[in-house]
Unconditional design. Structure first.
Length: 155
């Protein structure tokens, strides 16, 4: 499905479907709903179609409603990547254990919180020391300190 407007129409549409029980009782032959990001111009329709198809690829009985923005990058890469691309994922990131998922969620929330540890802790309902510990674990595992940008150069 391609949903478009200058607001968050796609997200509201999925919430509407969930509130009205879509996806609660699914049987053989049932359908899922996969939605692209919002688009506000007809020239963006090809991108919207690609996004909706990618999301549909990840829809399942356990996850019948899926918005393109809610696709986890690691899940997407594992699901869609060929063997050569999978070799680019560090071994520690492929484990999928609870601790690794916490680290991914922490760094995402940290970025969404404008690199503010206190706000990250509040959003995750954890102590600020927990956020610092997890950021240090990311640095230890990857060699990249998510709290600084000065040492990273992209050219």
């Amino acid at each position: 499905m391609i949903v478009g407007s200058d607001g968050e129409t796609a997200g509201r549409f999925l919430k509407f479907l969930a509130r009205h029980g879509f996806g609660k009782k699914r049987g053989a032959g049932s359908v899922g709903v996969a939605v692209s990001l919002d688009k506000d111009d007809v020239t963006q329709l090809p991108d919207a179609l690609t996004e909706a198809l990618m999301a549909a690829d990840l829809a399942s009985v356990s996850r019948p409603l899926i918005h393109f923005s809610n696709i986890d990058l690691m899940e997407f890469l594992i699901h869609r990547a060929d063997k050569a691309a999978l070799r680019l994922i560090p071994e520690w990131a492929q484990t999928g254990d609870g601790q690794t998922q916490e680290l991914f969620q922490t760094v995402r929330t940290y970025a969404d919180s404008n690199l503010n540890v206190k706000e990250t802790a509040r959003r995750m309902s954890v102590h600020t020391n927990t956020v610092y510990f997890r950021l240090n674990q990311i640095k230890k595992r990857t060699g990249v300190d998510p709290r600084t940008f000065s040492e990273h150069r992209f050219y």
